[in-house]
Design a protein around this ligand. Structure first.
Ligand code: THU
Length: 140
């Protein structure tokens, strides 16, 4: 089966990574439900906590493109095994996903695993929980 073009997009994004401190380049590519595509890489900083993940960059590009629902997300890193999105990024992805959003976990040679978002982050918290909260608390 031929490789999804989103893999090459994520890999090209990883090659743009600015990661001189961790030396761990990461790339991310997103396809939205309308078919639009966006990508991002991790961008580190001498003040370490200010660095941003590849997924955050791709999501910011998607929002700037006027899109809000992720159908497929590809994440690529160079470690052995499955380089899955970090905990913070799982929550970032959650904001713009459905339970069926497909998460493609990649290494430099190709896709290593595919899972639904709900498999990656079961029982997750999202925007609809806030909508359900009604007027639980008085404003001061
Ligand atoms: N990183 C990502 O870009 N995405 C993840 O989901 C995991 C971690 C980046 C952050 C940092 O620049 C480097 O990988 C090492 O943690």
């Amino acid at each position: 089966m031929s490789q999804d073009p989103l893999f090459a997009m994520a890999k090209a994004a990883m090659e743009r990574s600015y990661s001189p401190y961790s030396k761990f380049p990461v790339g991310c590519a997103i396809r939205t439900t309308s078919g639009a595509t966006f990508c991002g890489c991790n961008v580190e900083n001498a003040s370490y906590p200010e660095g941003t993940c590849a997924e955050a960059g791709a999501i910011a590009a998607m929002v700037m493109g006027g899109e809000a629902t992720i159908q497929d997300i590809f994440v690529i890193g160079q470690a052995d095994g499955l380089v899955t999105p970090c905990g913070g990024c799982r929550q970032r992805i959650r904001e713009f996903s459905t339970p069926d959003t497909r998460v493609h976990v990649c290494g430099p040679e190709g896709v290593r695993g595919v899972m639904s978002f709900d498999e990656l982050l079961p029982h997750s918290f999202g925007p609809e929980h806030l909508a359900d909260s009604k007027d639980g608390q008085e404003t001061p």
